[in-house]
Design a protein around this ligand. Structure first.
Ligand SMILES: [Zn+2]
Length: 288
């Protein structure tokens, strides 16, 4: 959207419906205001949440008007919510991907692999901004080796650029699929599956050693098969080897998975999350 100016005429129309009429009385709960808006009745006034635009959503710059920063913030927050990127993953950014965690082991292979995976992740974001079709990534490696961090950094970068992303944590996805299967509420199941199939960019985090049934295995196959045929990029993380993936997900799914991805391996000497925990604690109570 950016800071495109809104035509003055439409601006007047907006303001005509939205001018504050005198001081607000007791605050009206949001639920009630939303209900009133839905029913088409006049929405009761409330003290403005945004002191800059008084909740009009626009600010004036001489003759022109721009969307207020509060609108941009809200729309970004909505995009992250729709993408299902959890709050603790939103700070994962390429510039915070710390190569030192891979450097210290003395094994140059670890660092080299991490560099390649980082470069591939950044390249994938660049490419996806130009063309929606192509190979995705399969990030393998032990627990706490930075795979989810990198997947989240991709999701965050694309979401900020306005791309449609869905971040699914596989154990949660399996729970949701099972719940809908148990209740036979087919609509929700198919909503989620359709979205996972068709979303321009999908992340499947932690395709690991879970309890797959034939039924959930088939659902995962159908997501991946559709995406491969449509050349929609998918980023997957797993702590399993390809052989183990085959044992858990079956041969046909694993073969799709490899056909639609560039494969990278991240290895660190120690669980990065443990190291970050230690560093955080050290900052709190510096050793004397
Ligand atoms: Zn505002």
């Amino acid at each position: 959207m950016g800071n495109r100016a809104i035509g003055l005429k439409s601006l007047k129309e907006i303001l005509a419906n939205n001018l504050p009429s005198g001081p607000a009385e007791a605050p009206v709960p949001r639920k009630e205001r939303e209900k009133a808006a839905e029913a088409g009745s006049p929405v009761p006034e409330q003290a403005p949440e945004c002191p800059i635009c008084l909740d009009r959503g626009i600010v004036f710059d001489g003759e022109t008007a721009h969307p207020c920063s509060c609108m941009l913030r809200k729309s970004l927050a909505n995009r992250f919510r729709h993408a299902r990127i959890s709050r603790n993953l939103r700070m994962c950014r390429f510039e915070n991907f710390n190569l030192n965690y891979y450097r210290s082991s003395g094994d140059q292979g670890y660092l080299e692999n991490a560099r390649k995976a980082l470069a591939a992740a950044q390249e994938l974001v660049e490419r996806s901004l130009c063309s929606p079709y192509g190979l995705g990534l399969l990030l393998t490696g032990s627990v706490g080796s930075g795979k989810t961090f990198l997947a989240a950094a991709i999701a965050n970068a694309l979401t900020e650029q306005g791309q449609q992303v869905l971040f699914l944590v596989v154990p949660d996805l399996l729970d949701e699929l099972r719940a809908t299967y148990d209740k036979r509420t087919e609509t929700t199941e198919f909503d989620l599956l359709d979205t996972a199939r068709e979303i321009p960019f999908l992340i499947l985090d932690d395709l690991g050693a879970h309890n797959y049934t034939d039924w959930t295995r088939n659902r995962i196959y159908s997501i991946l098969n559709f995406r491969m045929n449509e050349q929609l990029p998918t980023v997957m993380t797993t702590n399993l080897s390809l052989q183990e993936l085959e044992d858990y997900l079956g041969e046909r799914t694993t073969s799709r998975l490899v056909q639609m991805s560039r494969v990278f391996r991240l290895t660190s000497e120690q669980d990065i999350r443990l190291r970050q925990y230690q560093e955080r604690e050290d900052r709190r109570s510096p050793r004397k």
